[in-house]
Design a protein around this ligand. Structure first.
Ligand SMILES: [Zn+2]
Length: 219
């Protein structure tokens, strides 16, 4: 039997199965293959993971860069981070991403898509129809303390995703909008939080700005 015939008969067989059996048996996040190369850490199967979870490479890329607080670059199927990270650190961030941006919190299935509703990013489930806002609820590995808030006087690595009316760079973190004086869109910067007013956070750059899509050698 030709491989195409085999696959189409497999599809037919799967289409006769209840939807929950299909998605549960089909979905697994591939284990991260991580290795150290000099001062960098390589995630060898980045593309495979992105394909398996059906999200945009750029989205997972930005998430990992932000959460690990480093720079990185995509190199073919690989993602190369500046600095050393353990396989556990990388895996736990990928799992956090999948929890937040892939898995439906109602039915637990991964058959979802990210949609924007009035500028709010929502996770819409194709299996059960549930829709929820994407909300940060990351747990520090080992700690159990949530990082669900931005704290005055603390520093954070943030990704500037927009520019406000007054020319300040805008970043999102833990449900807050952070205004960063002088930061440009696309930059990954270390900021110090000066003032918090409700969901609005005002911060200044304290670490060198760098383009989040490029890795540099300063590490
Ligand atoms: Zn669902």
């Amino acid at each position: 039997m030709a491989i195409d015939d085999y696959l189409s008969s497999l599809d037919r067989a799967l289409s006769k199965m209840p939807a929950d059996v299909v998605s549960r048996t089909r979905f697994t996040v591939p284990e991260a293959r991580v290795l150290a190369e000099g001062k960098t850490t390589v995630l060898e199967n980045f593309t495979t993971i992105v394909d398996a979870i059906n999200r945009k490479p750029d989205h997972l890329f930005k998430f990992l860069v932000r959460e690990l607080g480093t720079a990185a670059k995509i190199d073919g199927n690989r993602l190369i981070f500046q600095g050393r990270f353990t396989p556990e650190q990388i895996s736990s961030q990928i799992n956090a991403y999948v929890e937040e941006y892939v898995i439906c919190s109602e039915c637990g299935r991964p058959d979802t898509e990210l949609v924007k509703s009035e500028r709010i990013l929502m996770l819409k489930c194709d299996a059960c129809g549930a829709i929820r806002p994407v909300k940060k609820r990351f747990i520090k590995p080992g700690g159990g303390k949530t990082r669900d808030e931005v704290v005055e006087g603390e520093t954070y690595m943030v990704n500037i995703t927009a520019v406000g009316a007054k020319g300040d760079g805008i970043a999102k973190k833990a449900g807050s909008t952070i205004f960063v004086k002088g930061a440009k869109k696309g930059e990954m910067v270390k900021v110090l939080v000066n003032k918090i007013s409700g969901n609005l956070v005002f911060a200044e750059v304290v670490g060198e700005a760098r383009d989040s899509t490029k890795a540099d050698d300063e590490a």
